[in-house]
Design a protein. Structure first.
Length: 605
């Protein structure tokens, strides 16, 4: 039996318990029990009554949804089961031990009591910072995340022929009839067929003669399942969305079909069966919808970016297979590796390609010609699938990044021994390398040797620290934001270069200092806390800041997709509620504090 003292000691290292008063923590600890599970053992199944809130002490746990799709793979100090507890007490997911694991279980009564009594504790689980926040498809998807936000409208006096042209020009199957902002009717393609064409109706008549008056509507807070139920029960394919008497959107059968078509399982299936690059591009064109779906389901930001990156990995491997089918099998072993956001598994709705080829030293010049063809085929294919060419040519299609292992070893040796400005930049990118396909034995020794050599070179570490401080959070005076001053994105925040990049840079330096092999930013920060590279309190603050900033960036991109705008990284702080603006600024302050701490420690060393 786990002693209370051991439980308290562990809780001291886990958020949000570490902020509880000592007396409160001691009392709460008595409501925990300890359980062990074998690899593959089901901890709970979807729909079962939960024993309590689960907290991983050792090992790993896989969370899957109602369809068996993996939602997350959780590690030490992660919680699960909170969503079901905060609803009706029944599991919203299935949890399975991914290795032999030990979990602490907090009783439902104690959990709910603490949530009710402690706002900070409640906020951790209610505001999307619990890991993971899971969803089960349309059961938790709101209509506001599915609908078209700018539906095509016309007046009752609009002629039938003009209405038909509006449908054609806007490529829609329905037009909402309005008087001001108030919905009065609905005209669909079916009306045009059954009421106009079939009866040879005069098309100069107003649409009021054929429209459905006072159509069935839903409000934005309705769930995706409500859409299906209403459509099936009433045999309709279009539902106007009305809030406070005002038309705010339109949801159709096409939107529901697109939702399922954008699911990861469906996309993986379609990519696996794609015969041509054109077929693959048609699948990756659904990525914006997929992003919107994931963000709308309130998944943790790193789960969202991992799922988005998984698609890029699959596309890359499929293209490499196509290349080998066309050019023949590789003459010697090779490794295709990704760097940048794909390497870190942090891709969003805006991602170019960053990759390289590491080739066995036995390759001849004839062999190298083969790999140049393979690289061109793959990079061109990635570009066709929406992963545009890297502006800095950090791609295997460039001879510099398509080389034998010995050349790569020389690159890293030179960057570490002579860390000039270019070396800092290149090393920063290349320390995010992650194998995608091929012979991993070409990468592991290279990574291990480079990490150890770099960590021992104090001059190189100092240069990397200096490089990591070049991107700063957008903080202005008097608790304001330092927004972009001019140009297309005036008065906006760059949520990439001034938002997540400063944290990515910090994580990279921590990995260098601790010789961690992890390339994911969150994993690097967690490893730095574990290895005492950074303080526990500072590290946890940085993780919270990262979650806040990265989530805001993804929500901004998802909102753009919903509005029919290509996603970008430029967010106007005025678009956020006051509380969210304050929360975001606090997160930027934490990042700047951690940058200052890193800079100060470098100056002292």
């Amino acid at each position: 039996m786990e002693t209370t003292a051991k439980i308290i000691s562990f809780l001291h290292t886990t958020h949000p318990y570490d902020v509880l008063p000592e007396s409160e923590l001691a009392e709460l600890s008595t409501s925990f029990s300890r359980k062990k599970f074998n690899d593959g053992e089901v901890i709970y199944a979807h729909g079962e009554l939960l024993e309590g809130l689960y907290l991983i002490k050792e090992g790993a746990v896989e969370i899957t949804d109602i369809n068996g799709a993996q939602v997350s793979l959780l590690q030490k100090s992660n919680h699960f089961g909170e969503r079901g507890l905060l609803r009706d007490g029944h599991a919203a997911t299935t949890a399975t031990a991914a290795s032999e694991c030990t979990v602490l279980v907090l009783t439902p009564e104690a959990f709910k009591t603490e949530v009710a009594a402690n706002p900070a504790f409640a906020r951790y689980f209610n505001r999307g910072q619990a890991r993971p926040k899971v969803a089960t498809g349309l059961m938790t998807q709101h209509v506001s995340d599915l609908m078209a936000h700018a539906p095509v409208t016309c007046l009752e006096t609009t002629t039938i022929s003009d209405c038909a042209r509006m449908m054609r020009d806007h490529m829609v199957s329905s037009v909402a009839v309005t008087e001001g902002a108030r919905l009065t009717g609905l005209v669909t393609v079916r009306d045009m067929t059954n009421k106009v064409l079939a009866d040879s109706l005069d098309t100069t008549l107003p649409v009021s003669t054929i429209m459905a008056r006072d159509p069935i509507t839903l409000d934005p807070g309705a769930l995706g399942t409500d859409v299906i139920h209403v459509m099936l029960e009433n045999h309709i394919g279009h539902l106007p969305v009305v809030e406070g008497g005002t038309l705010v959107g339109m949801v159709t059968q096409t939107d529901i079909t697109r939702f399922f078509g954008s699911s990861q399982t469906q996309m993986v299936f379609d990519l696996s069966n794609a015969k041509t690059i054109v077929d693959m591009a048609a699948v990756t064109a659904r990525l914006p919808e997929f992003l919107m779906q994931l963000v709308g389901a309130h998944l943790a930001h790193d789960v969202v970016t991992r799922k988005i990156t998984d698609i890029a990995d699959i596309v890359t491997r499929r293209l490499l297979k196509m290349a080998e089918d066309e050019f023949g099998p590789a003459p010697v072993p090779y490794l295709w590796a990704a760097c940048g956001s794909q390497g870190r598994r942090e891709q969003t709705g805006v991602s170019d390609q960053d990759n390289c080829l590491i080739i066995d030293n036995a390759a001849t010049e004839t062999d190298m010609a083969y790999f140049r063809k393979l690289a061109k085929f793959t990079c061109d294919g990635l570009n066709a699938c929406g992963y545009v060419y890297c502006p800095g040519d950090m791609m295997a299609i460039t001879d510099r990044w398509c080389q034998k292992l010995s050349v790569w070893e020389g690159y890293f040796n030179k960057w570490i021994s002579a860390p000039d400005t270019e070396a800092q930049m290149l090393a920063s990118v290349m320390y995010d390398l992650r194998p995608i396909s091929g012979d991993h034995s070409l990468f592991i020794p290279l990574q291990d040797t480079a990490l150890k050599a770099a960590a021992k070179n104090s001059i190189f570490v100092a240069h990397m620290i200096a490089n990591s401080l070049k991107h700063t959070p957008p903080l202005g005076l008097l608790r304001g934001f330092a927004t972009i001053k001019s140009g297309e994105h005036r008065n906006a925040l760059d949520m990439k270069h001034n938002g997540v990049v400063p944290i990515v840079d910090l994580g990279r330096v921590y990995a260098l200092q601790g010789t961690f092999t992890a390339v994911n930013t969150r994993a690097r920060i967690e490893a730095a806390i574990e290895a005492h590279v950074i303080s526990e309190s500072g590290g946890k603050d940085l993780l919270a800041a990262y979650d806040t900033i990265a989530t805001a960036r993804l929500e901004h991109q998802a909102a753009q997709v919903r509005d029919g705008t290509p996603p970008d990284n430029f967010m106007s702080p005025s678009a956020l509620p006051a509380f969210e603006r304050s929360h975001l600024r606090d997160a930027f302050v934490i990042v700047r504090t951690m940058q200052s701490s890193l800079g100060s420690s470098a100056a002292r060393s």
